[in-house]
Every structure is written in C-alpha cells, then in structure tokens.
Design a protein around this ligand. Structure first.
Ligand code: PLP
Length: 370
C-alpha cells in the first residue's frame, strides 16, 4: 500500500503519487518466516507446478561460467527462435523482462498525459498500473459474465484512445474470447489505436474457437501480441517474455527498451524451453486433469467457480475472501484473494501438483466449516 506520509510524495510525478503497486503472491519463504509454517504449498502465482523442463535447466546451468559478460542486448538467438516458432520476422519480436516489461514498453511508447487506454473490469492488474505510471487515463469497460465485453470496450474507444489492453484468456477470471468476436473488434478499431492481445496462458487453452492472435499480425499493423515464459514454460524466476508486432512498432518499443533487459541465462533457458514441446505438452495435460479435479472438488464444497481455461480457477466464496485467504495461510496454503480486481468474494487458486490440490481442497473445507 502507498504511504500517504511519504515525505517525498510531493516531489514525485503526480501520477506516481496516486499509484497503487502490484501485489504479488506471498513467497513460500515469507510464510515460513512470518507464520513458522513449514511445507506450505503456494497456489498463488499461476506458476507451473512441474517446474521448467530439463533442457531449460541445462541451458541455464551452462551460463554459470559466463556471468562476467553482458548478455546479447539484441537477444539474437532468442528472437530468432521466437520468430521461427511464430513464422514471423525477427524484426517483429521485442523481448522483455517478463511480458510485464513489454506491457510497460507499450505504455511508455504510446501513452502519455492527455491520452487514454481502454481495458475491461477484472482485467489483469498491470494494465491500470502501466497506464497510470505514464500519466495516461484509464477507461474501464464493465465486464460481462466476468469476461471482457468487447462491445462495451469498443464503446469507450475514442479520439484520445491510444492503447486497448485485451487479456485472452484473462487473469484472474480465466475467461476467454473466441476468434470471430475478437477479430471483428480489431477490425473496428481506428488506426490511431494500438491493440495489445496478452496471451500469457495461450498454451493451456484447448477450445477450438480460441484464436492465436500472432497469426493476425499481417492483417493488423496496430496489433501487439504478448507471450511469456513464466507460465507453461515454468521460467517465472528468470523473467522473460516477448511482444510480436509490426516491425515499425517493434522499432519504437526497442527505443525505450533497456538494452540488457533480458539476462543471458534467461535468454538461453527460453530458447531451450521453446524447443521443448514435450514439456509444454506434459504441463498442459497435467493442468487439464487437475483443473477438472479441483473444479469438481470446489463444486462438491458447494462453491461456484468461474469456468476457467487457464492454470488457475477463481471461485466465489459467498463471503469476503480476505479472511478465508488468511485462514488458508494458517493451514499452510497460499492462494490469492482478488478484491483488488473488484471481486471481493473471490479467491484465485493456481492449479498445483495433485497432492497440493488435495491439501487446498481439504484446507478450504476446514476453514469454510461453520
Ligand atoms: C502472468 C501474466 C503476465 C506476465 O507475466 P510475466 O511473468 O511478466 O511474463 C501477463 N499477463 C497476464 C494476464 C498474466 O497473468
């Protein structure tokens, strides 16, 4: 939480004075430190419970003897691998310190005081933060069934709009947009608006109508698609993600990008991870089975979950989620209450290993008991 008594507040840029920082999931070490709880399970940050693949680990280890060298600032090998993976030109790839970094680059490039960005209610928390940090105004469209209402979003696009943020699927709701409506929305956008389609959970989605927006780059020069290595690839610790766009857009994003924003072990591990399709498939299959099991378990507890296509599920507890989240912490289970997303009664639960999910369901049953 921002401190209103901070003596430097009056020196900060006005948009920073009102900024509420992103709240990350509690690390396991912190729970152990604060509550003396050992063997806690963390189901709070949508990480891959299987970890990263062997190939990525080996590539990471191989960098240990080269740590004195700066990384390749142009990320030649990584951008090449990403370009090949998507069938685009390397000049269309912007690498980021996590895809969060790419979202920030978009904001710094296209937003400023006097212009606006549009996003949905309950959308990913980085969109309002990135917008406000550069002094632009946020226009928030009401959600429909917890997901993005593209008509409501289109209605907010105007002369001042420069960026529209679309999470497909969305965190923390797990909702997704089908190809037809999303394409129609992009077709309706004026040329002075850049559309960001954030596909952080792309690999998990199996719905036949779910689009790969990276295939639309040739049709929409104002489209930016973002992906991350933090979720299905299991490399959240290394912070690496990317944006795909028209080369002219990438050229602008690269003007503000720190030259060494993706470190050398992260670049090497990401190249290996991209080539390790077996690990992606294993991770996706694990998630499919366990998401179904956790969803059924929540239903058996009489709870209403938002149908999710991601590696997490967000459930209505029918009461304020904050105290339940705290009670779960005392049981050694870290989840995420999402009151800051305008969902005060909802708890977001990342899908873990089978025994971790069992612990979550048992702990939830215990703390919800009358
Ligand atoms: C996790 C997440 C990201 C980005 O994660 P990075 O770790 O910064 O790559 C982006 N968008 C959404 C919707 C996410 O949930």
């Amino acid at each position: 939480m921002p401190n209103p008594d901070n003596p430097f507040l009056t020196l900060a840029a006005p948009q920073i004075a009102g900024l509420t920082p992103y709240v990350p999931g509690k690390p396991l070490s912190e729970l152990e430190r604060e509550h003396g709880i050992r063997e806690a399970v963390k189901l709070a940050s949508n990480e891959n419970p299987l970890g990263c693949g062997e190939a990525a680990q080996a590539a990471y280890r191989d960098c240990a003897s080269e740590l004195a060298r700066y990384p390749d600032g142009g990320a030649f090998a990584l951008r090449g691998a990403i370009a090949e993976h998507h069938g685009v030109d390397p000049a269309q790839v912007t690498v980021g310190n996590g895809s969060n970094d790419v979202l920030d680059l978009v904001a710094r490039t296209f937003l400023q005081p006097g212009v606006e960005s549009v996003f949905s209610e309950h959308a990913f928390a980085v969109y309002p933060i990135a917008t406000q940090a550069v002094g632009a105004a946020a226009r928030v469209a009401p959600a429909r069934d917890f997901g993005h209402d593209l008509d409501a979003m289109a209605a907010l696009v105007g002369e001042r709009t420069r960026v529209v943020w679309i999470a497909n699927p969305n965190n923390p709701t797990g909702t997704w947009l089908a190809a037809g409506p999303l394409r129609a929305f992009l077709e309706g956008l004026p040329a002075h608006v850049v559309a960001v389609v954030d596909e952080a959970y792309f690999e998990y989605v199996a719905e036949p109508d779910y689009p790969d927006a990276s295939r639309w780059l040739a049709d929409f020069p104002n489209l930016i698609v973002t992906r991350t290595f933090a979720k299905v690839h299991g490399l959240a610790a290394l912070r690496v993600g990317y944006g795909l766009s028209h080369p002219a857009v990438a050229e602008l994003l690269n003007r503000v990008r720190h030259p060494f924003n993706v470190n050398a072990p992260a670049q090497a591990a990401a190249v290996a991870a991209l080539g390790d399709r077996a690990h992606v498939q294993r991770s996706v299959e694990h998630n499919r089975a366990e998401l179904a099991r956790v969803s059924a378990g929540l239903q058996a507890l009489g709870l209403d979950a938002i149908p999710s296509v991601c590696n997490f599920v967000t459930v209505d507890l029918g009461r304020p989620a904050g105290p339940v989240d705290q009670a779960l912490l005392r049981e050694g289970v870290i989840c995420r209450a999402v009151g800051n997303y305008g969902l005060p009664n909802h708890l977001r639960i990342s899908i873990g290993l089978a025994d971790e999910n069992d612990r979550l369901l048992a702990a939830l049953d215990k703390v919800l008991a009358p």
